[in-house]
Every structure is written in structure tokens, then in C-alpha cells.
Ligand binder design. Structure first.
Ligand SMILES: CC(C)C[C@H](N)C(=O)N[C@H](CCOc1cc(O)cc2c1C(=O)N[C@@H]2C)C(=O)O
Ligand SMILES: [Mg+2]
Length: 331
């Protein structure tokens, strides 16, 4: 029991080197910048990690500031239910929502899935991401990962037909999904979707820029198309029904696991397939997403696999199989 002691709250920015570099259509990165929130009472600490994304106007410093502004409400007893209205969806709320969930689990001595009334998570097969590059460089990276069952291929617009053909040749057995990160246009959309269909790709993530994706509703889609930058939380689902077949749910977009679980149920009711995605981050950010992975058609939780080093006590990855978190890590 931890009641009677005052609740403490700490926030920090962490930097985790990436093994090599990670490139998508918007540029290259050599480190993952994360923000960690920790809620403590007595000897019990709950932690949550988020990744602020400049694409959505977020920075690590502003996220730190937004979380520090929650010191007083937390000291006055703000709980996870009240948090949903107290902060907007986004990375900052994710860190705090997950810290509160971890605290709920650790302070009660029960696993979080038991407290949430959900089935215990099982190991899942995650996608493994191949960075954007020349067709030759991508084929070479793909050949080294060709034993993996599911590969996520980053694309970038011009030359994507050659990239996807080279990748397929290098990994004839793997299931391929691709992520254009908004780099295609209404003019090359049908041509590049056909190139993906010819290569046996099963999903194309965010081909067109968010807000300029209406062409998706006008064409026959030969491959399932998944929203990422176009979808954030439950409020953004309804408008996407004619454009997308699937939605990529990320805790950094929904503002935590609480909204993500509700969003997954709402998305499935609307007929969307679910992908559970991540940013480049440590196992602490992946652990809560394991609860959602259970109902996802595509699991994309390979963030720690791209790091030079994960945090101590991180998730167990056996090839592409990722195991649920130990209680000491999260939940
Ligand atoms: C380890 C993989 C890259 C994670 C996942 N498989 C994935 O593809 N996620 C991307 C998100 C890309 O991550 C980016 C992109 C970017 O321009 C800047 C950043 C990051 C990130 O993780 N940190 C910085 C802010 C996806 O699905 O689109
Ligand atoms: Mg994406």
C-alpha cells in the first residue's frame, strides 16, 4: 500500500543512439530522442516513454514543459481518467498515461492487463524496417533481413517502382508492407500502387500527404492502404472510411494506451484493419503497445531493434518475435 505518502513526478529527456542511421522520406536520423515520465509514491514508480514528433509540431523541450505543467494537477490527485481531458492527444500525454498505468499495476501488485480486464498478451511477430535508400542499398539491407517474416519498406516517391522490385527480389519469401511517409502524389499514386501489387506487397502506408489524400477515395486500390500521418485518435477515424482500409495506431498519436485501446475498438467497428506502430524508441515505449498488438493485423514494434542499445530489462526479441514485458519494465 502506498497511500498516505505524497506523489512525486519527474520528467527527463533521453537520447538513444541508432545503430547506423535511419532514413525515411523526410530525412535521416542517428539518435532517438525520447521523453520519460515517472510517477512515484513511496517505493513504487510507474514510468512511461514517448517520442515527440516534429511532423506534428512536437519537440522534446515543449513535451518536457507540457509534462512539467502537470506537476500540480498530479499532486492534487489527477488520475488517468481525468488526464484524457486535461491534456491533448500527443506524445506528452502518452508518457504520462503510460506512467499512470504502470503505477496502477505496480502499486496494486497486479499486471495491467488484469486490471484493464484484457487477456494476457502473447508474443507477436513484428515487422522489421528497411530504411529508404537506393534500390541497391535497400536490396542489400533486405537480403540481410530476408529470413524475417514481415518487412516494412520505407519508400520516398520517385524511383519507388525500382526500389520495391529490388527489395522483392532480395526477399522472395517475406511478407512486404511499404511506408511512403506522404511522399507520393495524386499523379503517381495508381502507377506506384500497381508496382506494389505486382511485387506482392500486402499494405501501403500513408502514400499521400495527410489532408491531401482525397484521390485515394476515387481510385480502385489494388493493395490495402493504411493511414498513418492522416489518423491520430478516435476523432479522426470517421473521415477516412472511403480513403483507407487500415489505420496505424501509435500511442504517441493517441496520447497513450487508454485512448489507443478505445480507438482500436472503434476502428474495428468501422471496418478498418489495425496496425500497431511505433517511433524509434526503447522497449519502455513498445511495452504498452503489446496490449494492442493482440488485436492488430500488422504489428510494427521494431523501435528497439534499430537502436545501438536498448534500456536494461528491455523486451525480449527472438528474431522478429517480440515477447510481452516483464513487470519490472512496464505494466
Ligand atoms: C524503428 C522504426 C523506424 C519504427 C517503425 N517501424 C516506423 O517505421 N515508424 C515510422 C515513424 C518514423 O519515425 C520517425 C520519422 C521521423 O521523420 C522523425 C522521427 C521518427 C522517430 O521515430 N523519431 C523522430 C521524431 C512510421 O510508421 O512512419
Ligand atoms: Mg508510417
Amino acid at each position: 500500500m502506498t497511500s498516505g505518502l505524497s506523489r512525486k513526478f519527474a520528467v527527463s529527456i533521453e537520447r538513444w543512439p541508432i545503430a547506423g542511421a535511419f532514413t525515411i522520406s523526410r530525412g535521416a536520423k542517428t539518435e532517438a530522442v525520447t521523453v520519460v515520465a515517472a510517477v512515484s509514491q513511496g517505493d513504487c514508480t510507474g514510468r512511461g516513454e514517448c517520442v515527440p514528433y516534429p511532423r506534428y509540431g512536437e519537440t522534446a523541450e515543449a513535451t518536457l514543459e507540457a509534462l512539467n505543467a502537470m506537476q500540480e494537477p498530479l499532486a492534487e490527485g489527477l488520475d488517468r481518467a481525468a488526464l484524457q481531458a486535461a491534456m491533448p492527444a500527443g506524445a506528452a500525454r502518452n508518457a504520462l498515461d503510460c506512467a499512470l498505468l504502470d503505477f496502477e499495476a505496480k502499486s496494486s501488485g497486479q499486471r495491467i492487463w488484469t486490471l484493464l480486464g484484457r487477456p494476457a498478451p502473447r508474443p507477436c511477430t513484428t515487422a522489421f524496417t528497411i530504411s529508404l535508400g537506393t534500390p541497391e542499398a535497400m536490396a542489400s539491407a533486405t537480403a540481410k533481413a530476408a529470413h524475417r517474416p514481415l518487412l516494412k519498406i520505407k519508400l520516398g516517391g520517385d524511383g519507388d517502382d525500382a526500389r520495391i522490385a529490388a527489395v522483392r527480389k532480395a526477399a522472395p519469401e517475406s511478407e512486404l508492407i511499404v511506408d511512403a511517409n506522404e511522399a507520393w502524389t495524386a499523379d503517381n499514386l495508381e502507377y506506384l500502387l500497381a508496382a506494389c501489387a505486382n511485387a506482392g506487397v500486402t499494405l501501403v502506408e500513408q502514400p499521400l500527404p495527410a489532408g491531401r489524400d482525397e484521390a485515394l477515395a476515387r481510385i480502385k486500390r489494388p493493395v490495402a492502404v493504411c493511414a498513418d500521418e492522416s489518423v491520430h485518435d478516435r476523432a479522426s477515424l470517421e473521415g477516412l472510411r472511403t480513403r483507407y482500409d487500415a489505420v496505424n495506431i501509435k500511442l504517441d498519436k493517441t496520447g497513450g494506451l487508454t485512448e489507443a485501446l478505445a480507438m482500436a475498438d472503434a476502428a474495428q467497428t468501422l471496418g478498418f484493419e489495425i496496425m500497431i506502430g511505433c517511433m524509434v524508441a526503447t522497449s519502455l515505449a513498445m511495452a504498452p503497445a503489446m496490449l494492442l498488438a493482440q488485436q492488430a493485423r500488422f504489428v510494427d514494434l521494431d523501435g528497439p531493434l534499430l537502436l545501438a542499445r536498448d534500456r536494461d530489462g528491455g523486451l525480449r526479441y527472438d528474431g522478429s518475435l517480440v515477447y510481452p514485458p516483464e513487470a519490472a519494465l512496464w505494466g
